[in-house]
Design a protein around this ligand. Structure first.
Ligand code: DP6
Length: 340
């Protein structure tokens, strides 16, 4: 019997992935770019045990058993990792042995806090450790097939998921742009507006958007390629002004696409919009950009802020919003995934 335990953190997209060009392989219509959070804040933790004597593959998510067979994404990830294990892994653990997988999140599942990203990244990385598969771009293509955004959580720091052009998806990989040490004073504050399950899951929301939103196709073709280049440069130069503006514009455009979907998909609520107004007024009062928001497929806000500006921002938020709205996650140094 062999066991491995790993943790993988959440990543938060600055340029959003929204829309697939291939549903099963999870190939996106545009590149996306994210920042990975600290491992000890929002993360998934997975323990996998393989044994000759297990009769079935089994999985528990936050203590409750889930059916692997009923999830085509879980089945595909297991199959793909085993294929890599046969090709490149050590034979200490035979890929034919059944596995028991136990995974827990330390944050609300499906509340728009990227739980599937951390979960699938952790699953794929843990399996790779179990079979001693060396880390490669190909591993990101496996995590991608669990949940698109998961491929970005295999790295720390700032990460780009390249959409790729091939039909088989082998070039749709995530690559690190810079490690977390590059911009160590970058922080994220998470304002938890609502921790309920989101109304329209991302997978369904983006399917509807691809089918009905003309803005989505304009964004993918005409807006994102240039935005990615500008954001990469801003990150390289640690230029918070440009970084913040692009991030907020991309969040706004993503939610405009959600509204342009027919019927519309509404992820932000009144409190989310108050947070947007608050950030713009705050930046005006400061005389330059001190904070930037981004919202995923839910009402919760992620605010980017430099370490030296955190106390002042927290103070201003507490004056305007109730105290239970805020959780703080420190941006990480070091590698995000640590096998135990
Ligand atoms: C708004 O990766 O959850 O968070 O590939 O269908 O599992 P699937 O979708 P998922 O979508 C994430 C969407 C997003 C933006 C992002 O993380 O880039």
């Amino acid at each position: 019997m062999f066991s491995v335990t790993c943790v993988a953190p959440v990543n938060i997209a600055l340029i959003k992935y929204w829309g697939k060009r291939h549903e099963d392989l999870i190939l996106p219509v545009n590149d996306s770019l994210s920042m990975t959070l600290s491992t000890n804040e929002l993360c998934a933790k997975t323990t996998i045990t393989a044994s000759k004597s297990f009769e079935h593959n089994r999985m528990w998510l936050n203590g409750e058993e889930v059916s692997i067979e009923e999830s085509s994404r879980l089945t595909r990830c297991l199959k793909e990792v085993r294929r890599l294990a046969l090709a490149t892994g050590s034979q200490k653990v035979s890929p034919s042995w059944k596995v028991h997988i136990a995974s827990v999140n330390n944050f609300p599942t499906a509340a728009g806090l990227a739980s599937s990203a951390a979960g699938y990244a952790c699953l794929v990385y843990s399996l790779a450790r179990l079979y001693e598969i060396p880390f490669s771009d190909e591993l990101t293509t496996v995590a991608r097939q669990g949940s698109g955004s998961a491929c970005r959580s295999l790295f720390g720091g700032f990460v780009q998921w390249h959409r790729g052009v091939l039909d088989n998806g082998t070039d749709s990989v995530a690559k690190q742009i810079v490690s977390s040490q590059h911009w160590p004073n970058m922080h994220v504050l998470i304002l938890v507006v609502n921790d309920q399950r989101k109304k329209t899951a991302s997978t369904r929301g983006m399917q509807n958007a691809v089918n009905t939103s003309t803005l989505l196709h304009h964004r993918a073709d005409k807006v994102v390629p240039e935005r990615i280049n500008q954001l990469r440069e801003a990150i390289q130069n640690r230029d918070f002004q440009t970084f913040g503006e692009i991030t907020m514009r991309d969040s706004n455009q993503f939610h405009a696409i959600a509204m342009d979907t027919y019927p519309p998909c509404v992820y932000m609520n009144d409190v989310s919009h108050e947070i947007v107004s608050f950030v713009h007024s705050y930046n005006n009062a400061m005389g330059s950009l001190h904070a930037a928001y981004t919202f995923d497929a839910g009402p919760n806000a992620c605010l980017y802020v430099l370490a030296e500006h955190v106390p002042q921002l927290v103070d201003a938020i507490q004056k305007v919003f109730p105290s239970d709205l805020m959780d703080s996650a420190e941006y990480l140094r070091g590698l995000p995934i640590s096998p135990e």
